[in-house]
Ligand binder design. Structure first.
Ligand code: NAD
Length: 489
């Protein structure tokens, strides 16, 4: 065992109260992946102090110099992708190819923001008074806290780190308590790419303890959070005490609307990938599927045949297409949501339970599941379903499908499938979500802003907008000709 520690001031250190915890494999909870130090409030304070002290040194480096460090960090992530991916699969549960994709996407995000760092610039503005000149300048926000979830811990951390560092901020990361290992491994590498000590710190520990200390610490200026909507509301209220900057990437209940004229096979593939990758634990997974009445039965038959072929298993096993749920909590929540739907009259067309085979008994496995006749008031509709369960509904008119799609507090992603692009564009403007994909499935795209409407979030990640998250805009007015002014002149 290597025993993972905290990263503070460029050094790997034990927590001050020397507390440790075991991280276990969701595919086999008897397997201890490793031990990790658990951070305390005092650790959070010293990490913030360290980030605060490093701010001057890092923010004063030229954008081009910061860009070079980010490029080196991307190279380090790529070089160690297999090592990080293995630990990610063992602590999180997703399959190895899914983990590798995550690390490679993380490296690509670092490269993207390395490219943008030298483009950070303000502008000169002509003012109505010709003796004065105005400037708009962009400045780093300051010490930034990145709080991340367990479902895709590395990429959701890197999508915060890369733009924040590119903009000249320093950071403290608080990874999810159950997935700190891959994040710590990645941050060690990123830190060694040439960051001044203290520019990047990692403090593990409980959100309600370490997370809240970080958010309320007076030296902190910005919180970048990804997690559940309810936690996001708490984060926002704590941050509001000092009017700290917040960006929130929260839960989703993405609808997918499949019209009768859609490319049938493409739509089936997309629904399968989108709902069942990472065992359904993706914020922008399709979580409610609406199929036009005339193709409903054919669609249901085909997708049911296809999900029967999804091989579940330990993510390290090359034949596994879907790993386990991440934790006992997740398993219990999914069981409860399916139970509730069945109680309200829903039919389970496939799955609906844990697998029986002995090889799955020590893991949090759940069968890929399809439900129909689902009541609009059941938890499969009213809550975010963060697992491999797909409720399928039929619709008669596109307006009906849009209305049902919008009948939720969430507004993260959505997709519409039709060969009629005019219909697609009209629908896209009516569906209340941060992204609408047309005849395409939910792939993260670095150069487009991603984020939710309604209770799915605030602010955007990725793209230019993702960099803006970490910059303050300031106006400077210069009396360029030395003109004198007198009181009430
Ligand atoms: P969570 O809200 O339970 O935890 C997220 C992080 O917040 C963890 O690090 C946790 O320790 C910390 N935390 C918990 N309580 C806190 C508090 N009081 N103060 C500060 N920090 C606190 O979420 P989760 O279960 O880890 O992640 C799953 C959720 O994340 C899902 O709802 C999913 O949709 C969402 N998510 C959203 C996106 C997006 O881009 N919109 C991406 C991935 C995941």
């Amino acid at each position: 065992m290597s025993q993972y520690k905290l990263l503070i001031d460029g050094k790997s250190v034990d927590s001050l109260d020397t507390q440790k915890t075991e991280i276990r494999n969701p595919a086999n909870y008897n397997e201890v992946v490793d031990e990790v130090s658990v951070g305390s409030v005092e650790d959070a304070k010293r990490a913030v102090d360290s980030a605060y002290d490093a701010l001057k040194k890092w923010s004063e480096q030229t954008p081009r110099a910061r860009s070079q460090v980010l490029l080196k960090a991307a190279d380090s992530l790529d070089t160690s992708d297999a090592k990080i991916a293995e630990i990610l699969t063992r602590e999180q549960g997703k399959t190895l190819p899914e983990s590798l994709n995550e690390i490679r996407l993380s490296a690509a995000i670092f490269r993207y923001y390395a490219g943008l760092a030298p483009t950070i610039s303000g502008r000169r503005v002509e003012l109505s008074d010709p003796d004065e000149t105005g400037f708009v300048v962009k400045l780093p926000v300051g010490v930034t806290i990145a709080i991340t979830p367990w479902n895709s811990p590395v990429v959701l951390m890197c999508v915060k780190l890369a733009p924040a560092l590119a903009a000249g901020n320093t950071i403290v990361v608080k990874p999810a308590s159950s997935t700190p290992l891959a994040d710590l491994m990645a941050c060690e590498l990123i830190s060694k790419a040439g960051l001044p000590p203290g520019s990047l710190n990692v403090v593990t520990g409980k959100g309600s303890v370490v997370g809240e200390e970080l958010i309320t610490n007076k030296k902190v200026s910005k919180i970048a959070f990804t997690g559940e909507t309810e936690t996001g509301k708490r984060v926002m209220s704590l941050a509001s005490r000092d009017v700290k900057r917040v960006s929130l990437e929260l839960g989703g209940s993405d609808p997918m609307i499949i019209c009768a004229d859609a490319d049938f096979d493409l739509a089936i593939d997309a629904a399968l990938i989108s709902r069942f990758r990472n065992c359904g634990q993706v914020c922008m997974s399709v979580k409610r599927l609406y199929v036009e009445k005339t193709i409903f039965q054919r669609f249901l038959d085909r997708i049911t045949q296809r999900i029967a072929k999804i091989r579940i298993g330990n993510g390290l096993n090359p034949t596994s297409k879907m790993g386990p749920l991440h934790s006992k909590n997740q398993l219990e929540k999914i069981k409860e949501q399916v139970f509730d739907a069945v109680n309200k009259g829903s039919k389970i067309n496939y799955g609906g339970s844990q697998p029986n085979e002995s090889e799955f008994q020590n893991g949090y496995f759940y069968l890929p599941t399809i439900a129909t006749n689902v009541d609009q008031n059941s938890k499969l509709v009213t809550e975010e379903v963060f697992g491999p369960v797909l409720p399928i509904f039929e619709f008669e008119t596109i307006d009906e499908a849009i209305e049902k799609s919008n009948d939720t507090q969430f507004g993260l992603g959505s997709s519409i499938w039709t060969k009629d692009l005019d219909k697609a564009m009209k629908a896209a403007s009516k569906i209340q979500s941060g992204t609408t994909w047309v005849n395409s499935y939910h792939e993260p795209q670095i150069d487009l802003p991603f984020g939710g409407l309604k209770e799915s979030g605030l602010g955007k990640e990725m793209a230019l907008e993702g960099l803006e998250n970490y910059l303050e805009t300031k106006a400077v007015v210069v009396n360029s000709k030395g003109k004198k002014r007198r009181w009430l002149d």
